[in-house]
Design a protein around this ligand. Structure first.
Ligand code: ASP
Length: 157
């Protein structure tokens, strides 16, 4: 799975390639191991020395074999404040909610604080979630049964 966060409009996306540079991946292997990787160049005009959410375990990146893997993209300061990736895993582990519900709750918290972005996640059963509150998020997933999809805009668009 991979993702890239985009704030620009469809017209901007089509006229020039100005997408953000964040790429995230989450995976569940045949042995039940869950992994996450997130890479980013940060945000445009960031302050020198800024550390975003991407390298902060629990902020923009988290994986645990007991629950799920989560990779975030978007306004990093919000993911840090909300400890978003760990929040999703905690909802799954302690509140026993489904991965989709946990991811939506995390995105709702992001929206309430005024942040934009999204996340991808996979759990121990191979459930996949790709949620965002921004206009678009480049994303894709595939499982061992050959099912999967690739999308940019919200589902159905
Ligand atoms: N989350 C990244 C950051 O704040 C940016 C991004 O995902 O595009 O550094």
């Amino acid at each position: 799975m991979r993702l890239r966060w985009c704030r620009q409009t469809q017209e901007e996306e089509e006229s020039k390639n100005t997408g953000k540079g964040t790429v995230g991946a989450v995976a569940l292997d045949a042995s039940g191991n869950i992994a996450v990787a997130t890479s980013t160049g940060g945000i445009t005009n960031k302050k020198f020395g800024r550390v975003g959410d991407t390298p902060i375990i629990g902020g923009g990146t988290y994986a645990n074999n007991q629950t799920c893997a989560v990779s975030c993209t978007g306004d990093g300061e919000f993911f840090i404040r909300l400890v978003t990736a760990y929040d999703v895993a905690s909802l799954v582990q302690y509140k026993l909610v489904a991965l989709g519900e946990a991811c939506q709750a995390a995105v709702d918290k992001l929206t309430q604080l005024g942040g934009e972005g999204g996340l991808i996640a996979v759990d121990t059963k191979g459930n996949v979630e790709l949620k965002f509150n921004c206009e678009s998020m480049l994303r894709g997933w595939k499982n061992d049964r050959g099912e999967g999809s690739i999308n940019i805009w919200p589902d159905g668009e």
